[in-house]
Design a protein around this ligand. Structure first.
Ligand code: GAR
Length: 203
């Protein structure tokens, strides 16, 4: 009788998001459709009116509002995030439109296990307003990046990228919309690769 290998358990993700949540929704949809061997344990969001909270509700994913304005320091805010992530047994952290700078408090709780999505081809246009920065620089190609988070802003090892042409009549909104189509794809791709490696390496 041949042994049937046990199916790997899905990667337990915690998503951090500040705003609209189209990337969160793309992940939730891919997971529900069986495209990704992962599970979103919890959404943490920091802006009370962020539409991403409704998206979590639609997908019946637990969400926790942690409003950074109610914490005395970035470190105390990150400590609350870590506590929540641990409560929900999160293994990997996905910053999908997270507009806060992270501190060593979060980084040391999840070493090499935090990924960030950024709307430019890093190392170009780090920081805020990356789409506007690309338009102002007059580049003909920009794009998006998924990278591991390190202490230096938007600088960790790159896991996935996609290029997006800048069209002559682009506005920040039209360009960002085309970048987001690619973001939804490469974020899923990066997580699928992580899930595949985890099965081989450490589980
Ligand atoms: C995304 O375009 C992401 O790259 C960007 O925020 C957007 C969130 O979209 N992140 C950053 O700028 C981080 N510095 P979403 O809320 O629709 O997923």
């Amino acid at each position: 009788m041949s042994e049937v290998p046990a199916a790997p358990s899905p990667l337990r993700l915690g998503v951090l998001a500040s705003g609209n949540g189209s990337n969160f929704a793309a992940l939730a949809e891919a997971i529900a459709g069986g495209e990704l061997a992962a599970q979103i344990q919890v959404l943490i969001y920091n802006n009370p009116d962020a539409p991403v909270a409704q998206r979590a509700q639609q997908w019946q994913i637990p969400s926790v509002l942690l409003n950074h304005r109610h914490y005395p320091s970035r470190e105390s805010f990150d400590a609350a995030i870590v506590e929540t992530l641990k409560t929900y047994a999160v293994e990997w952290v996905v910053m999908a439109g997270w507009m806060r700078i992270v501190t060593p408090v979060l980084l040391s709780a999840y070493p090499q296990r935090i990924i960030n999505l950024h709307p430019s081809l890093l190392p170009s246009f780090r920081g805020l307003h990356a789409v506007e920065q690309a338009l102002a620089a007059g580049v003909k190609i920009t794009g998006c990046t998924v990278h591991l988070v390190t202490e230096e802003l938007d600088s960790g090892p790159i896991l996935a990228q996609a290029a997006v042409p800048v069209l002559p009549d682009d506005t920040p909104a039209t360009l960002h919309a085309r970048i987001q189509v690619q973001e939804h794809r490469i974020l899923k791709q990066a997580i699928a690769e992580i899930a595949a490696q985890q099965v081989q390496v450490s589980r």
